[in-house]
Design a protein. Structure first.
Lengths: 436, 436
């Protein structure tokens, strides 16, 4: 069968990994795909560095547009990242009738609706397994492996940097700032870590998974993002004493009222397998009405794991290159005319249980005041512990609540903070049993 | 698009689940598949019971051949099990040019080479996600999601009955026979549990995964099977004291010499996520050269989880019904003319580390004798503990070894058993760190 020509835009760590995998496993891949897959042309501003990564038999150019406009290229792989020039290139590739494989979560979460519509018009495929959870084939699992299910919710540890930091904070009892420095030294965190630790990256990935799981368009602009930079080491420790681990979770759930779409630090029971996914590993727990729960775990980043997903997409696309669109899996799992928008719930309408840490003056009546305010807002208490009195007469009260509307939790917290006997802000973390 | 007609053979628990899922999620499934999928005809000897399970709008017949020969049926679902009449029916369906979806691991592990060859000749698909690990989309992951990888090994907890029994033995410190009774009462084990607890079922599933992972034919007849019925509660307990859990593992590994294909109780470090997969859950840990390790976890049996896999296969097949074979994923992941047989290693040539429990007379020199015999066979000791002396002057010695050829371990064990100071047989369990 005719070999497939790949044009690669962006030859950095992952691009080098793609070149390595295509070369190293060429025989194995062509035995599977039934055709040879050749990296033909690659682009990077620094042509010399790109050449070192892709080898002498690949044409290297500085201008990525030379890749998308190259007549021999069947599949364009976009590994540039971001949503400016990458967007222009992907749209140009589509306009040229080329299929696209991308690892660009931001591009899809923010501009996916437009990109998939254009791809649909031109009858080309845009594949993006590598955009979510690195090497873990979670897009394929959601889109094809679980296609019999009405997916109810999914929860993912989908940012390796944050998971590394949280794992270290727990293990060493260290604070965020110290562990961040360690992560930066190890190359697990960027110099400016905002994108990872404030939940943006997880939000992009969650947005993509929600679209596929529920058959809705991308709604990144409505995704709630709360990161881990404000997390105190002591809350991780208290959570652990109560039998919970704290993870930065991306969580999306279909309810009668709409779709929850939220990223935030979350207490998870330590018996849950996903609570024990540590370090830079990723994991996604999916709940479907037929399968029940399934967990997918593996490396969420890195040159070769990400290349594993990129090349799997290339093989998939290569197989269907000359096929009727009806033989293809729809981009967003559901047929394009069958996407149905659902409202994304504002956080006030989300239902969760909560971990609250309250700094109170240790005197008679304060506990009564707090529990009364919770009760007045319809919040039942699952556990309450007092963490001893400080020399200044203050005490820490930690409360785990049952499930309640977030707006009720907010109201109770505001009322508690207004008490004379309470100092400063109440620390509030969300908690999910993940057993529904 | 034209609706797809399904003919279902075998309406038991799983068949009822398939009917339920197809009906309950009809809208969601057709939004994904782009066509309606209708259960048209079903067969079971007891027509009345089948009718109750599939509903009034499905034609029910007693004779399964009426399903495979029905002119309107596009896809035949085989849920009869076993490899006698089921084989005849599947081959007849293929001869009739019908696509097949089956959950029948035994049929494929034993007769898969013949069945896939016939399917290839007739240009029809035989899909079998439900044959391995129930609802977990592991066949799809191995065949498509990890297609960029040279798969090095995989290890699976792929028999829920055995995993339930082992989990209970550990948790309650109970013996095999007692827990088996409990499992039978709960419906987790058959009246005759041999198929599950002696490793046959796991061997079938492992054989199928090995074929897909390495591009080799089915070799069930060469799969080593050792079950859990001889396992003593105390070995589970000692293993735990040493930081290990005992799981019935199906393990296949590609080595320079050939392929390891083996099912046996195995010590796994408790830090491994897969060591913490308990109860009837299944899990498969895959090691590929690009992805590193990925774990897939979920329910390995049950009506709806298995139906989840059956219906996902139906959707896949429905999409490609009218396609060129070149657009399809090959049955065994590799193109049929690209399967390359590799020798299956006899157990003597397998490399493993070992847990040994030796009943010895507690006197000077016995430890020296044992360690000398291990050394003479090239076996280094990782840990050695003596479990105290009994009233009769005997002592239990538990040894963990480093990795060594099994034939060397066998020779050492035989020599140790021949010592005057050693009573009875040495208990030998294999041990895998799963970190390679």
């Amino acid at each position: 069968m005719k070999p497939i020509n790949i044009g690669l835009m962006g030859v950095g760590t992952v691009g080098g990994g793609v070149a390595t995998v295509l070369k190293r496993n060429a025989e194995e891949i062509s035995r599977r795909a039934g055709r040879d897959i050749r990296l033909t042309i690659a682009s990077r501003r620094n042509v010399e560095q790109a050449r070192e990564l892709v080898g002498a038999d690949v044409t290297v150019v500085a201008d990525a547009f030379a890749v998308v406009n190259h007549p021999d290229v069947d599949i364009v792989v976009e590994l540039i990242g971001g949503d400016t020039v990458a967007k222009e290139l992907v749209l140009q590739a589509i306009a040229n009738g080329k299929h696209v494989v991308t690892a660009n979560k931001k591009l899809l979460a923010v501009h996916g609706n437009e990109i998939f519509a254009r791809a649909q018009e031109k009858g080309v495929m845009v594949a993006f397994e590598a955009a979510v959870a690195g090497g873990i084939p979670i897009i394929k699992a959601l889109r094809e492996g679980l296609s019999a299910n009405r997916i109810e919710w999914l929860a993912g540890i989908i940012n390796g940097t944050s998971n590394f930091i949280l794992s270290e904070m727990r293990e060493k009892g260290a604070d965020f700032a110290d562990v961040l420095k360690e992560a930066q030294a190890l190359g697990y965190a960027e110099a400016d870590p905002t994108f990872d630790v404030e939940g943006h990256d997880a939000g992009h990935k969650l947005t993509i998974m929600a679209a596929i799981a529920f058959g809705i368009p991308m709604h990144f602009d409505q995704c709630y993002l709360e990161g881990i930079s404000q997390l105190a080491g002591k809350d991780i420790q208290y959570a652990e004493e109560l039998g919970y681990r704290v993870k930065l979770l991306g969580l999306t759930r279909r309810t009668e009222q709409g779709v929850e779409l939220r990223v935030h630090p979350t207490l998870i029971p330590e018996q849950q397998l996903i609570a024990n996914v540590n370090g830079v590993m990723n994991a996604v727990l999916v709940r479907g009405d037929a399968i029940g729960q399934a967990l997918f775990n593996g490396p969420g980043a890195g040159a070769l794991p990400t290349a594993s997903a990129v090349v799997a997409d290339i093989v998939d696309v290569a197989r269907l290159l000359t096929s009727d669109p009806e033989h293809r899996v729809p981009h967003l799992a559901f047929q394009p005319d069958q996407l149905k928008d659902l409202p994304i719930l504002p956080m006030g309408d989300v239902v969760s249980s909560y971990y609250l840490r309250i700094q109170a003056i240790d005197r008679a009546g304060v506990m009564a005041d707090i529990t009364r305010l919770l009760a007045e807002n319809g919040i039942s208490i699952e556990a309450l512990i007092q963490k001893g009195s400080a020399a200044d007469g203050s005490a820490e009260i930690v409360i785990l609540t049952h499930r309640v509307l977030e707006k009720a939790a907010n109201a109770a917290i505001a009322a508690i903070e207004a008490l004379d006997s309470v100092a400063g802000k109440v620390v509030r973390l969300r908690m999910e049993e993940l057993n529904g």
